[in-house]
Write a protein that binds this ligand. Structure first.
Ligand SMILES: *[C@@H]1O[C@H](CO)[C@@H](O)[C@H](O)[C@H]1NC(C)=O
Ligand SMILES: *[C@@H]1O[C@H](CO)[C@@H](O)[C@H](O)[C@H]1NC(C)=O
Ligand SMILES: *[C@@H]1O[C@H](CO)[C@@H](O)[C@H](O)[C@H]1NC(C)=O
Ligand SMILES: *[C@@H]1O[C@H](CO)[C@@H](O)[C@H](O)[C@H]1NC(C)=O
Ligand SMILES: *[C@@H]1O[C@H](CO)[C@@H](O)[C@H](O)[C@H]1NC(C)=O
Ligand SMILES: *[C@@H]1O[C@H](CO)[C@@H](O)[C@H](O)[C@H]1NC(C)=O
Ligand SMILES: *[C@@H]1O[C@H](CO)[C@@H](O)[C@H](O)[C@H]1NC(C)=O
Ligand SMILES: *[C@@H]1O[C@H](CO)[C@@H](O)[C@H](O)[C@H]1NC(C)=O
Length: 484
C-alpha cells in the first residue's frame, strides 16, 4: 500500500518537471500499414531534447473512438554531454497505435508551456503530427511521412553563422515543404528556404537562445488518389502545395547563438567534418541483427574537439576517439532488432568544442532484412569521366535488368563477365560533394523495385562508387573498394 503511494508521488513529480523546461523534439513515423482486420498499425518514435537529464516522458494519448490500443515504451536517454558539462542530452521513446478502420487520419497533439528561457520570449509549445491513412494509388501503400530530427543543442558563434541544412527526407520521394509553424513566430532575422529546408540569417542575430518550431509537410510529385476504407477517395494533384499535405510533422529545436569567434574558417576554431564522414542526406543501410557502424571524423586545429552530439535511436552507442593534429573520430554502433525492420531512422551529429560546433550532418538509416549483395567493383577515374565495372561472378543471383544509376535514364551495359557503367561527372545523377578536404563525384548502382511491389523480396543492391579530388594535392584519387 505504502509503496504504491510513493510510486504515484514519484510519477506526479516527474510529470511536473517535464513541463518546466522544454528544449525541442521530433516525431518520426515508421511506415504505417493496414492490417488483415482492416485496422491500421501506426508506430512512431519521439525524441526529446534536454540538458542534464532527459528522462521525461512525453504525454501522448489516443482516444478510444480512434484507437483500439495504444502502447508506449519507456523513455531511454540516447545521448548526453560526455564532458560532464550538462550541455545537452536526448531521449527516445516509441509508441504503437492500432487505429480503427473507420479513421481517415491519425494525429498527435501535445502542448505545454515552458520553452527554455529564450531571447524571443516564447513560452508555449505544441508538438504535432498528422498522417493521412488513405492508400496511395502510386505505391498501393499508406503514405510515408517526412523524416527529420536535430541534435539536442545547436550552438553557433554569432559571426560564424552558415546556413543550417535541416534533414527533410521523404521515403516516397515526395516534395517536402518546410515552413515556420503558423502558431509560432520565427525568431527575428532568420529565414527558411521552404523547398530545401535550409535555415539562414538575413541580418544580425542576437546572442542567446532562440527557439524554432518548423512544420514539415509532404506533397506527391505526381497526380495520385487516396482511397479510404469506406471506398471513398480523394484526388491530389501533383506538387499542389495548396492541397492538404499527405503528412505533417513538427520539428522543434533550440539554437544558442554564442559569442563571436576570432576566426570563422572551418577546421581552425570551428570544427569541420573530414571525408570519412557521410554526407548530409545520405541514405545508409543496416541489416536486422547485425551491427551497423557509422564513422565520422572532424578537425579543429586551434580548438579542442571534446565530444560529438548525436541524435539517434535507442541503444546506439557513441565512441569518441581523439586523434592527431586536432582531429577526432566518432564511431556509432547499433544493432537493429526485429522490431526495427523496415524502419527508416534519422541520425544527426555535430562535433563540439567549448566555443563552437561543426555544421550538423544528418543521414537516414534504412533497416532491411537480408544483407545487401556485396560485390567486387572496379572504378576507373579519368579527367572527364568515371567507369565502373562489376564482376558478375562475385554477385551470384544479380539481376541486371533491375539495376540502375542514380538517374534511371542512364542505362548500364553488360558483357559476359561484367556489368558496366560509364558516365561524365555531370550526367547520370552524379553528385558533387564537398567533403571538406576532398571534392567527390559520387554515383551509385541500385536495384530498383516496381512500385506495385509493396514488400521488397528481391535482394537489394546498393554500390556506392566515386572519384575524389584532394583539394590540397589537386589531382585525381581513386576511392578504394566500394562501400556496400
Ligand atoms: C469509429 O468507430 C468508433 C467505435 O465504433 C466510434 O466511436 C467512432 O465514432 C467512429 N468514428 C467515425 C469517424 O465514424
Ligand atoms: C493541435 O493543437 C494546436 C494548439 O492547441 C491547434 O492549433 C492545432 O490545430 C491542433 N492540431 C490538431 C491536429 O489537432
Ligand atoms: C500558454 O498556454 C496557457 C494555457 O493553455 C494559456 O493560458 C496562455 O495564454 C498561453 N500563452 C501564450 C503566450 O499563448
Ligand atoms: C536584424 O538585422 C538588422 C541588420 O543587421 C539589424 O539592424 C536588426 O537590429 C536585426 N534585428 C534584430 C531583432 O536583431
Ligand atoms: C494531373 O491532374 C491535373 C488536374 O486534373 C491535370 O490537368 C494534369 O494533366 C494531370 N497530370 C498528369 C500527368 O496526369
Ligand atoms: C536496448 O537495450 C536494452 C538493454 O540491453 C534492452 O532491454 C532494450 O530492449 C533495448 N531497446 C531497444 C529499442 O532495442
Ligand atoms: C572546456 O570547458 C570545461 C568546463 O568549463 C573545462 O573544464 C575545459 O578545460 C575546457 N576545455 C578547453 C579545451 O578549453
Ligand atoms: C567485359 O568488360 C570488362 C571491363 O571493360 C573487361 O575487363 C572484360 O574482359 C570484358 N569481358 C568480356 C567477356 O569481354
Amino acid at each position: 500500500m505504502e509503496a504504491g503511494v510513493y510510486y504515484l508521488l514519484l510519477l506526479a513529480l516527474t510529470g511536473i518537471s517535464s513541463t518546466l523546461s522544454f528544449y525541442g523534439d521530433s516525431i518520426t513515423f515508421q511506415p504505417a500499414h493496414k492490417q488483415k482486420d482492416g485496422t491500421y498499425k501506426v508506430t512512431f518514435h519521439h525524441r526529446q531534447n534536454g540538458r542534464s537529464s532527459c528522462q521525461n516522458k512525453p504525454l501522448h494519448t489516443c482516444e478510444s473512438e480512434v484507437c483500439t490500443s495504444f502502447v508506449e515504451s519507456s523513455v531511454l536517454q540516447t545521448d548526453q554531454d560526455d564532458t560532464g558539462q550538462g550541455r545537452w542530452c536526448q531521449s527516445e521513446m516509441h509508441a504503437t497505435a492500432t487505429v480503427r478502420k473507420n479513421q481517415t487520419s491519425f494525429s498527435l497533439n501535445h502542448s505545454s508551456c515552458c520553452w527554455r528561457s529564450n531571447v524571443d520570449g516564447k513560452t508555449n509549445w505544441t508538438s504535432e503530427a498528422e498522417l493521412d491513412l488513405g492508400s496511395r494509388s502510386d505505391s498501393h501503400a499508406l503514405n510515408s511521412c517526412p523524416l527529420t530530427t536535430t541534435v539536442s543543442s545547436l550552438r553557433v558563434p554569432q559571426n560564424c553563422f552558415s546556413p543550417i541544412h535541416i534533414l527533410a527526407h521523404d521515403p516516397d520521394g515526395d516534395h517536402v515543404r518546410c515552413r515556420f509553424s503558423s502558431d509560432a513566430a520565427a525568431p527575428a532575422n532568420f529565414t527558411l528556404d521552404e523547398s530545401k529546408c535550409v535555415l539562414s540569417t538575413k541580418g544580425e542575430v542576437d546572442v542567446g537562445v532562440h527557439v524554432f518550431e518548423l512544420m514539415l509537410e509532404d506533397f506527391s510529385r505526381k497526380n495520385i488518389t487516396l482511397t479510404y476504407a469506406d471506398g471513398t477517395s480523394v484526388f491530389r494533384e501533383g506538387s499542389d502545395m495548396n492541397s492538404p499535405p499527405l503528412c505533417k510533422v513538427k520539428l522543434q529545436f533550440s539554437m544558442e547563438i554564442l559569442p563571436p569567434l576570432s576566426n570563422c574558417e572551418h577546421g581552425r576554431v570551428q570544427p569541420m567534418f573530414l571525408s570519412k564522414t557521410p554526407s548530409h542526406g545520405d541514405v545508409l543501410h543496416a541489416t536486422m541483427g547485425q551491427k551497423f557502424k557509422l564513422y565520422a571524423q572532424a578537425k579543429a586545429t586551434e580548438a579542442s574537439i571534446n565530444d560529438f552530439q548525436v541524435s539517434g535511436p535507442q541503444n546506439m552507442t557513441k565512441e569518441f576517439k581523439a586523434g592527431e593534429q586536432g582531429t577526432a573520430e566518432l564511431i556509432l554502433s547499433w544493432t537493429p532488432q526485429h522490431s526495427d525492420l523496415y524502419r527508416i531512422v534519422p541520425v544527426c551529429f555535430t562535433a563540439e568544442t567549448n566555443q563552437s560546433q561543426s555544421d550538423m550532418r544528418c543521414v537516414v538509416v534504412l533497416v532491411t532484412q537480408a544483407a545487401l549483395i556485396q560485390g567486387t567493383a572496379t572504378v576507373t577515374c579519368s579527367p572527364n569521366k568515371m567507369t565502373v565495372a562489376l564482376d558478375r561472378s562475385s554477385m551470384p543471383g544479380i539481376d541486371v535488368n533491375f539495376l540502375q544509376l542514380i538517374d534511371s535514364s542512364c542505362s548500364l551495359t553488360s558483357n559476359g563477365t561484367h556489368i558496366l557503367g560509364v558516365m561524365s561527372f555531370s550526367t547520370c545523377g552524379t553528385k558533387l560533394l564537398d567533403k571538406g578536404d576532398f571534392l567527390v563525384f559520387a554515383n551509385e548502382i541500385l536495384s530498383y523495385e516496381l512500385s506495385s511491389e509493396v514488400i521488397i523480396r528481391r535482394k537489394a543492391v546498393k554500390i556506392d562508387f566515386s572519384c575524389q579530388f584532394s583539394k590540397n594535392r589537386q589531382h585525381l584519387q581513386l576511392l578504394q573498394p566500394p562501400e556496400v
